[in-house]
Design a protein around this ligand. Structure first.
Ligand code: SAM
Length: 240
């Protein structure tokens, strides 16, 4: 085990996430593929091993510190990009049935390669805009937990993500240093989309010491038929 893997295993263990050698090998292979494919396509600005393990892997898994994923089955990641947070979470919680939605097909091409190389099961890659995919019966009001990291502000995300969540399920928005203004700005979108903020959790990345927040949103009722609006509109004319 190298130095990076050693702190990664120890810190996750302290948070109740224990990794086997096989899971650690899956993280290593994911790291190698990310760096290799990043030469051909834009996947991440971070490539140094220690930084990837902290800012992508640890950061992704941190969602599970605040939401018990052992109780979830159907899990969706909207705007999954190079696989964050869904691939690290799937490695740690292999029972999850994961759907990754992204409008950029070449990123999904990378994800399919990762899924095969790591031998991950029950992974569904969906190419399309969240606004369109959330209208399909197989996705609407279906998921126990939906997440998004680095995709949009919270009022926009509520419209993109809450339609996928089952009634009583959770949307976990992974946010940076200061989510307070986004949470304020999102009040009307929560009312419109039948949801409320359950909690805003804070964490600090272990080495870099930068702040992160995870906003947990409860879906209390079915998404009204008019949401999400036409593709592009949630971003252009956010609910305010
Ligand atoms: N979640 C990843 C992460 O944290 O590294 C990727 C973040 S990247 C900045 C945003 C991703 O969201 C891109 O891959 C983009 O194609 C996707 N995206 C943005 N808006 C979307 C939409 N309306 N529907 C589906 N995917 C979307």
């Amino acid at each position: 085990m190298n130095h990076t893997e050693s702190w990664f295993v120890d810190l996750l263990h302290k948070e109740g996430v224990s990794l086997t050698d096989q899971q650690l090998q899956q993280f290593d292979l994911y790291y190698q593929l990310l760096v290799e494919w990043n030469e051909k396509m834009n996947l991440t600005g971070i490539t140094e091993r220690e930084a990837v393990y902290e800012k992508h892997f640890y950061d992704s898994v941190s969602l599970s510190f605040f939401l018990d994923l052992n109780k979830a089955i159907r899990f969706a990641d909207i705007g999954s990009g190079a696989g964050f947070p869904s691939i690290p979470l799937k490695i740690c919680f292999p029972h999850l049935e994961v759907t990754m939605v992204d409008s950029l097909n070449k990123r999904l091409h990378f994800l399919k390669h990762v899924i095969e190389a790591l031998g991950l099961q029950q992974m569904n890659c969906v190419h399309g805009r969240a606004e369109d995919m959330a209208r399909l019966k197989e996705h609407r009001d279906q998921y126990d937990v939906v997440t998004a990291r680095a995709v949009a502000r919270l009022n926009i995300l509520n419209e993109l993500c809450l339609p996928f969540v089952r009634i009583g399920g959770k949307f976990a928005a992974m946010k940076g240093a200061d989510p307070a203004s986004e949470v304020n700005e999102a009040q009307n979108s929560l009312i419109e989309l039948k949801a409320d903020v359950q909690n805003v959790h804070h964490l600090t990345l272990p080495h870099e010491q930068s702040d992160r927040h995870i906003v947990i949103v409860n879906k209390t009722g079915a998404t009204p038929k008019k949401y999400p609006r036409k593709a592009g509109l949630p971003g252009k004319q956010p609910i305010v």
